[in-house]
Design a protein around this ligand. Structure first.
Ligand code: VGL
Ligand code: ZN
Length: 197
């Protein structure tokens, strides 16, 4: 399927931070392998003047999602620590790009980039109707960001060649994919996107 990009489209790159990469505190297997492909998406959207949104997990040191506080995760993506930084090879355009921090309060977790952030209003202000979502983890923050977008009335495209899952239970990423598709998400790959020209 060919998808023609227009002024009403935006790219959302989810949580491409060092703690989610191999060697990090909460590694997504092969999370680093999608950086080159995501960079191609970022350059495509950017070259067309379309906004690019980078979400990041941005926890305080005593966040409720951490095991010490009774949560399920090892400490990860603590604000202003090296593990919370984006992968150094991730291409961040110099303009028309936005960093969306989420889950930054001690007592609230957020897997969706829309939860407790300005993402929806930033998209609406720009007349965005369709979002293209890639990043990590397929079975957590990607899934919840995609479902959040659908709930808010956006059309959601999943970048099938630009996602990786954590699979705490085997098959979690595959189940997340099926759930996103059954809710109306459209799976696309880079070669299917084209511009007006
Ligand atoms: C995520 C687990 C905990 C994610 C964030 O970005 O998918 N997963 N916090
Ligand atoms: Zn987290």
């Amino acid at each position: 399927m060919k998808v023609k990009l227009s002024k009403k489209d935006a790219l959302i790159v989810v949580d491409m931070q060092l703690d989610f990469m191999p060697g990090g505190a909460l590694p997504v297997p092969e999370g680093d392998k999608i950086v080159p492909r995501l960079n191609e998406y970022i350059k495509l959207f950017s070259s067309l003047g379309l906004p690019v949104f980078f979400t990041r997990d941005w926890h305080p040191p005593d966040h409720i999602s951490f095991k010490e506080q009774g949560g399920i995760w090892p400490p990860h993506c603590v604000q202003n620590t090296p593990g919370a930084m984006f992968h150094p090879d991730l291409y961040i355009p110099s303009d028309n790009r936005f960093i969306i921090s989420k889950a930054f309060s001690r007592d609230f977790d957020a897997y969706s980039g829309f939860q407790g952030t300005a993402l929806d209003s930033l998209l609406k202000e720009r007349g965005i109707k369709r979002v293209f979502v890639g990043g990590v983890a397929t079975d957590y923050c990607v899934k919840n960001t995609v479902l959040g977008a659908l709930n808010l009335g956006y059309q959601a495209f999943l970048l099938i060649d630009g996602i990786k899952g954590v699979d705490v239970q085997p098959g979690d990423s595959e189940r997340a994919l099926q759930e996103m598709l059954s809710e109306g998400t459209v799976a696309v790959e880079l070669s299917e996107l084209h511009s007006t020209a």
